[in-house]
Design a protein around this ligand. Structure first.
Ligand SMILES: *Cc1c(COP(=O)(O)O)cnc(C)c1O
Length: 621
């Protein structure tokens, strides 16, 4: 998400005209570069090009590339006879001179060529020139000065409910502090300005970060090897399952293609299994939320010869430390299968337990959950995959970087050898600053916070699943279905009402419909936990008023939530007061988050593509 936002803001700031100007300049530099090479007797392979030219230098390519490197420029060694050169918006005239010198060409008359080329089409093939409009939405055509851009970003932040405003108790998402000290380094030129395919000897700092993280994550999880290449937890799942398939294949058991997945699993598990060419067989859960071990044994027996893997989340998506995890792993191994533990809930384990030691063979972690990389809204993060030694030969590798994985690996799962390496410094800084003791303490506080919330809410909202001693792991599911049956107030109503109280809603209806899953993380103070619990308790009191008839069933502060400022200021036809709607607790007088929009039909939006782009005619001058 962070990376997607950064990239989209580049387009917002420059807009279609700005991007075209940048592109034209880049192309002119490439054209000037080519002209200078030709003038020096070097043959250019392609007549048509945009930003990249290939130069033919029979037998001299290695020599030219190393001469350029001595001048501080990385060129691409295509083969012994060919060198690739790409220009971009950072290319300056001295760069051209250095490249010509590396080829042994005399310095060309840049100003002269530049002048000639500025009026010409250059080397852009006629048939490829773009005619259609692009980036026509107003957002790409408005914010082109630094002042405008600053205000635009601020306006977006104002509308957003982010961690700088309060708690985001989204279960399964681990919305913890993204500390400024962790975030700042990724903007430093030394980290931000390097190309993913820069020669490894120029990336000593990144090598250290990658080596440290691989080692630290292996120590934390108890695995023997870690690959940082996957760009998301789901991609880590895919990579882990590919490793399992390759392992079975190497053992002459390529027919093993059944993947057992409990019904409580995150949706990505089944999707990854299908992508990896497996057949999904669902295992049931018992009333207490645990995997139904009897059903598991029955499914293992039924698919014994074709069993490839079990994918299981620990602690479970039901928010409990499942007692039978060791037995479950053993039963799968005994049938010749491999155990994939979904490590998205590692925030409940670090320093306390290691998946690689309680029976799992492979896990992904979500650095954008447990290890502080900002996330939300989808988009790239980092989902490293950790494996025990027997799977290590089948981790991802990369055809263009031997160092990025084992020679026997399954190939790349993302286009860059080390995935989203640009945000690795965040997780590196987190682990380095916390240290082992700090990480363990964070886990303990995360679990403690979840149990505190569960206990404070339990008399108002039944906690659906608990483990030994009536305890939960790092998150808890509260059941709203009894309230819904009694009052008609749904999980949506409560989630929207929380916005009026100044909170982001917890995770709704996952993994159980009609429930809320609350994950406070270690980052929230007692004061913020209490503010949240007080809001939930006050909301419960509102549902009681619906039950007793004090509030109307069809029109009350819950069904009307969230209440926008425009709604409060406009005609008020509701049977409850504006004050009840906007300021249900006193503390909101001092600081109130006003939601920018009222409720939308979420299910309709999920099923129908809704475009709010202005029509093309809006730009017809
Ligand atoms: C978040 C999550 C995933 C998927 O991770 P992404 O990085 O979003 O692809 C998988 N399993 C569980 C339990 C999760 O919470």
């Amino acid at each position: 998400m962070l990376l997607a936002v950064v990239a989209s803001m580049y387009a917002v700031y420059h807009g279609p005209a700005g991007l075209a100007t940048i592109a034209r300049r880049v192309h002119r530099y490439a054209a000037v570069l080519a002209a200078g090479l030709r003038a020096g007797g070097v043959e250019i392979v392609e007549d048509g090009f945009f930003d990249t030219v290939q130069a033919s230098v029979p037998g001299r390519a290695v020599e030219v590339v190393s001469a350029a490197r001595e001048r501080g420029i990385n060129l691409r060694l295509v083969d012994e006879d060919t060198v690739g050169i790409a220009c971009d918006e950072m290319t300056r005239r001295p760069h051209l001179g250095a490249v010509w010198a590396a080829f042994g060409c005399p310095d060309a008359d840049v100003a002269g060529i530049d002048h000639l080329d500025a009026t010409a089409r250059g080397a852009l093939p006629e048939g490829l020139l773009r005619e259609s409009p692009y980036l026509t939405h107003a957002v790409f055509n408005t914010h082109h000065s630094e002042t405008e851009m600053l205000r635009y970003l601020h306006r977006l932040a104002d509308r957003d409910y982010a961690l700088d405003r309060g708690m985001i108790p989204l279960g399964s998402c681990t919305m913890k502090l993204n500390a400024t000290a962790e975030m700042e380094p990724i903007t430093w030129p030394g980290f931000a300005g390097i190309h993913p395919f820069a020669p490894v000897d120029q990336a000593a700092g990144y090598r250290q970060i990658i080596d440290d993280l691989e080692r630290w994550l292996a120590e934390i999880t108890g695995y023997d090897a870690v690959s940082l290449q996957p760009n998301a937890g789901s991609q880590g799942e895919f990579a882990g399952l590919l490793a399992i398939r390759a392992y079975h294949r190497a053992a002459g058991e390529s027919h093993r293609d059944v993947c057992l997945i409990p019904s409580s699993a995150h949706g990505t598990n089944a999707a990854s299994a299908v992508m990896a060419g497996m057949r999904v067989v669902v295992v049931g859960c018992r009333d207490n939320g645990d995997v139904d071990v009897d059903d598991l044994r029955a499914k293992i027996a039924a698919h014994r010869d074709r069993l490839a893997a079990l994918m299981i989340t620990y602690p479970s998506t039901h928010g409990v430390f499942e007692q039978a995890i060791g037995d479950i792993c053993a039963a799968v191994h005994e049938a010749g299968g491999q155990v994939y533990v979904d490590g998205a809930n590692l925030n409940a384990l670090i320093g306390l337990a290691k998946p690689g030691r309680f029976g799992a063979d492979v896990s992904h972690l979500n650095l954008h959950k447990t290890f502080c990389i900002p996330h939300g809204g989808g988009g790239p993060g980092i989902g490293p995959v950790g494996v025990r030694s027997h799977l290590a030969p089948y981790l991802p590798n990369h055809p263009m970087r031997a160092e990025a994985g084992p020679a026997t690996g399954v190939g790349p799962v993302s286009s860059a050898p080390w995935g989203s390496a640009g945000v690795l410094p965040i997780s590196w800084a987190y682990i380095r600053m916390m240290g082992g003791d700090g990480l363990t303490a964070a886990t303990e506080v995360a679990v403690l916070n979840a149990n505190y919330v569960a206990r404070r809410l339990a008399t108002r909202y039944p906690v659906l699943y608990t483990g030994r001693g009536g305890l939960v792991a790092h998150e808890c599911i509260v059941d709203l279905r009894p309230i819904t049956r009694e009052t008609g107030i749904t999980v949506d109503d409560v989630a929207k009402r929380l916005i009026d109280y100044g909170f982001h809603a917890p995770t709704m209806s996952f993994p159980v419909a009609g429930t809320l899953m609350i994950e406070p993380t270690e980052s929230e103070s007692l004061a913020e936990l209490d503010r949240f619990c007080d809001a939930m308790i006050a909301i419960r009191a509102e549902t009681v008023k619906v039950a007793t008839g004090e509030y109307e069933r069809a029109d009350n502060p819950l069904t009307g939530a969230p209440h926008t400022a425009a709604m409060i200021a406009g005609d008020w036809g509701h049977p409850y007061s504006r004050d009840d709607a906007a300021y249900p607790v006193k503390s909101l007088r001092a600081g109130k988050y006003w939601p920018p929009v009222r409720r939308i039909d979420g299910a309709y939006g999920d099923r129908n593509l809704v475009c709010n782009c202005p029509p093309p005619e809006a730009y017809d001058s």
